[in-house]
Design a protein around this ligand. Structure first.
Ligand code: GLY
Length: 568
């Protein structure tokens, strides 16, 4: 496996037929109707999981009930990223305008240590944090779902897990994209899982093939019947511990019992009167998003227009500065004092933008993380849900790489994450996403690795306005940022805003990654003349979002994947 910068799939054609779209994803004909809707909406990575969520809403479940059902359905129908062996973040806003966030990010096992991925010469051992049993953090997803349901759920837990069991037990017809992913992963599945046959087939996978996951169905049945204990104790915990023992992994039964997700106060900010409610650390996403929005707020983006040269230049320079800060100051707040207030001070952000020069690209080598007086010092998936009362959830969950570590828990039939790669294995050495870090994000037992996941909810005049988020590793933050600007500055509707071409800069490496044809030739030329190195590829994400318009809920499902929007 290659430790290079993430490559995200090229866009596919979006077929929009007046008010509705027919897609044949997941091997079945699914109406992907544009709405608008008034009672509820689910936008997520697979039509089968959207359908599961929609049914829960129609039964009287609330947005959190639908979240639980969708999370487990994605673990079956989107094995690249949907998971029970990973973790994530949830941003919640209820109909009364109260918000909360849940951190169910994975944690480093107790036996983890700062230099665990270094050889005797102090060099990072290639792929050790990506494709070994030691690549996995203690999973948080099942605890997160149990916790979210306990606090906000309305329907019975078992009713929410059952649809995923049915999908795993009865099987479902796979989409062309999933067939491609399974074929892509098969060599590694065989190599890393001797004696196991999960997600393998004697011949190549084809669109429409039935994928049955019997062991996963059994694991989900235990989760249905015992809740959190069905995963963190008993048979499944034994299976995880055995798997770790066989592969020299670090996760112990005590790590599993000790895992708990955490409710954290949302961080909030303002952009031109819109209130942004987003994820605090250990995600870097929320802080970076607020910094980015403030960096560009005083400029006439609306007048310049979508992806024009001035717009792109300003956004790239903001991204460059914000990602430099990310490398130094962001980490798990339970282990490292993240200077949230300093990073979000308007004067600080404006000061950072002062070195920006319209005539030439600022070299990243001349930008360092900011300093504060007095301060001591692909694969993820996102879904957005709104229910009939107006409760909203924005949730991003991940195994990190596509299919995580590609290691299955024997007997339990699920994939383990390779989230440990999101730590900084060694200061200045880039991870899978090309991101660098230091002390703030060093490995410590029980610590959560820094994330870029940016589930976000936006209010306008005190009312729910948008629910947005995406997968995409380091590009998550810039994709969410640009999708928000597409709506607020460039008057795009939700689907357009999601479909629009995106670009990305992350300080290091010093390059602008763009989707194919994101810029016209004149824009390209002007930027290149100013010294911007532009690379096609390495950006994309799969933004799944909902906009609340005067006519009702309007969805944006990313055409780059099998993503689907359903409402009623
Ligand atoms: N695993 C990607 C992220 O959390 O940013």
């Amino acid at each position: 496996m290659n430790r290079q910068y993430i490559l995200i799939q090229t866009p596919t054609l979006l077929l929009v037929l007046a008010f509705f779209q027919i897609s044949f994803a997941q091997g079945q004909t699914v109406k992907n109707i544009d709405g608008p809707y008034h009672n509820g909406m689910v936008v997520c990575a697979t039509p089968s999981a959207s359908k599961v969520g929609l049914e829960i809403l129609k039964k009287g479940g609330n947005a959190v009930d639908a979240v639980v059902a969708v999370q487990f359905a994605l673990a079956v129908t989107y094995p690249e990223a949907g998971n029970i062996g990973g973790g994530g973040f949830m941003v919640y806003r209820n109909a009364r305008g109260e918000s909360n966030t849940l951190d169910f990010r994975e944690k480093a096992p107790a036996a983890a240590s700062a230099n665990m991925y270094l050889d005797s010469a102090g060099n990072v051992i290639p792929d050790m944090s990506l494709a070994t049993h030691q690549a996995s953090g203690v999973p948080g997803s099942v605890d997160g779902m149990a916790e979210a349901h306990h606090k906000y759920g309305k329907l019975k837990w078992a009713e929410l897990v059952q649809p995923a069991i049915d999908l795993a037990h009865n099987g479902f017809a796979i989409s062309k994209k999933l067939a491609g992913s399974l074929n892509w992963g098969s060599t590694q599945f065989k190599k890393l899982n001797p004696g196991k046959t999960y997600l393998l087939k004697d011949t190549v996978w084809k669109e429409g093939d039935l994928l049955v996951q019997e062991d996963l169905a059994k694991t989900l049945t235990l989760i249905r019947d015992k809740g959190r204990d069905g995963f963190y104790a008993g048979k499944v915990a034994d299976e995880i511990a055995d798997e770790m023992k066989n592969g020299k992994g670090l996760i112990s039964k005590t790590d599993l019992l000790n895992y708990h997700s955490i409710w954290r106060k949302a961080i909030t900010g303002n952009y031109k009167g819109f209130k942004i409610i987003t994820m605090p650390p250990p995600s870097s996403g929320g802080i970076a998003l607020l910094q980015l929005l403030h960096s560009v707020e005083s400029y006439p983006l609306h007048r310049w227009g979508y992806n024009r040269d001035s717009t792109v230049q300003l956004i790239v320079e903001a991204e460059r500065r914000v990602y430099a800060d990310r490398s130094k100051y962001l980490g798990d707040p339970d282990f490292y004092k993240v200077p949230v207030d300093s990073l979000l001070k308007p004067a600080y952000i404006e000061g950072r933008m002062k070195s920006f020069n319209w005539n030439a690209a600022t070299p990243s080598s001349s930008i360092q993380p900011g300093s504060f007086v007095g301060y001591e010092s692909d694969q993820t998936t996102h879904y957005s849900i709104i229910d009939s009362e107006g409760n909203a959830v924005s949730i991003t969950t991940t195994l990190n790489g596509s299919f995580g570590s590609k290691i299955f828990v024997g007997g339990a039939g699920f994939l383990l994450n390779n989230e440990m790669d999101d730590f900084s294995a060694k200061p200045g050495v880039p991870n899978m996403f090309g991101l660098v870090g230091g002390k703030a994000n060093s490995i410590q037992p029980g610590k959560r690795m820094l994330s870029s996941m940016t589930p976000t909810i936006i209010e306008k005049n005190g009312k729910l306005f948008m629910v947005v988020g995406t997968p995409g590793g380091s590009t998550i933050i810039t994709s969410v940022f640009q999708t928000i600007l597409n709506v607020i500055e460039f008057d795009q509707d939700m689907q357009q805003a999601v479909t629009s071409k995106r670009f990305h800069h992350q300080w290091l490496p010093d390059q602008v990654n763009i989707e194919k044809d994101a810029f016209d030739s004149a824009t390209m030329e002007k930027l290149q003349q100013k010294g911007y190195k532009i690379i096609t590829g390495g950006v994309g994400g799969r933004v799944d979002a909902i906009l609340i318009t005067k006519d009702g809920y309007q969805g944006g499902a990313d055409p780059r994947g099998d993503d689907s929007k359903m409402g009623y």
